[in-house]
Design a protein around this ligand. Sequence first.
Ligand SMILES: Cc1ncc(COP(=O)(O)O)c(C=O)c1O
Length: 439
Amino acid sequence: MYEVRDHSARAPRLPAAVGRAPWLERWLETCRDLSELTASHPMMDAVIDEIDGRMIRVGDRWLADFASCNYLGFDLDRDIIDAVPAALDAWGTHPSWSRLLGSPALYEQIEERLTALLGCEDSLVLPTITHIHMSVIPLLAASGTIFLDERAHKTIYDGCQAAKARGAAVRRFRFEDPDHLDELLAAERDPTRLVCMDGVNSMTGNPPDLVAFAAAARRHGALLYVDDAHGFGVIGERDPNESSPYGRRGNSIVRYAGETYDNLVLVAGFSKSYSSLLAFIACPTEVKQMLKVAAPPYLYSGPSPVASLATVLAGFDVNERRGDALRARLHELTGRLLEGIDRLGVATPNRSGLPIVEIPLRDHKRIADVGRYLFERGVYVTLAAYPLVPKAEVGFRMQLTAANTEDEVDAALLALEGLAERGLLRTRDDAIGTLVATG
Ligand SMILES: Cc1ncc(COP(=O)(O)O)c(C=O)c1O
């Protein structure tokens, strides 16, 4: 048995309810499920003591990690790790200038290579996607109208809220429904239109029909803004000789869908497939020039650490040399998991075969028990508790990476079988609500 750590010491120390401010009371009530889980559950807010490949040690228990988004396994790649010391010798640990003041030449190299990989006109890198959404969405929307995918990632929502505070209107269109977007755009009189949505969905693992969404946006003169945090590095341009159905080169959803960057800006990051801290926007050069004087993270935020810049550059090399083989491996492992899930008759919204596999529960109140069962069997996943997702959609998410093994996948399937036998998982015959994006 694993030793359950006493997480109570990490539970928030809050004043007694009597006299507690009403706003604080409201937040505590909204987040009660999640804060109780975080304070008491070994699979939430855990301290990871050690890693060995894709195995992680929490206290005295080793678990197979299916919560990492390091899809290509670059976090463990020797060629990438070895690239860091020379960059630190040359540049120190952290440049500290905001990009407006100056950027190490590494930035130029990254933007050049990224632009070539994506096949776009130009690109700009900033530390995180969250920085980009919060600063770029308000600039692109101005005081116009944003059409927001109702299931868009929380960080896109937040960017739209910032735009709203600066005079934009926000309207929502139904998830995976380009016809609804088309209808809303056709009825809109505001000439400034921005459509914001996800690429590969961070919960369902499915890509949208980008061709249909781009056509609707172009038909009505709207700019399409797509966040492909989970697709970049995994999916890419199609080729008859591709080593897997994920396509080649991992150059993201626009190339995967055979689309163009015409009236489309792509946002994604290196913090998932490339295991680094950096993000980008692919856009026309004139938009990049505007962002260099108007986007607050370019002007005021600290930059990414040198180790991150170095691992991105080394990641481009590894992607060129071995990326397609890693994606083929990722596809194979994901297939093994999805086939096993199918044999068990367990429901998942994943229709794409991409390495994000959400498993919804029959009863949201059992999330802590399900998490404990998985933990005891050495399987580490992302618990999607309320309010991260609506109560009807509570479950857990498993991501595969090229660094997982067949044995780890089989251990996970055995645990899933146990959960299914106990009636805790939805079956394919139960209706699956469409899952909302959390992470
Ligand atoms: C779809 C999506 N967008 C944005 C983010 C946030 O990315 P970042 O950590 O670069 O801000 C995430 C993170 O999980 C994500 O899944």
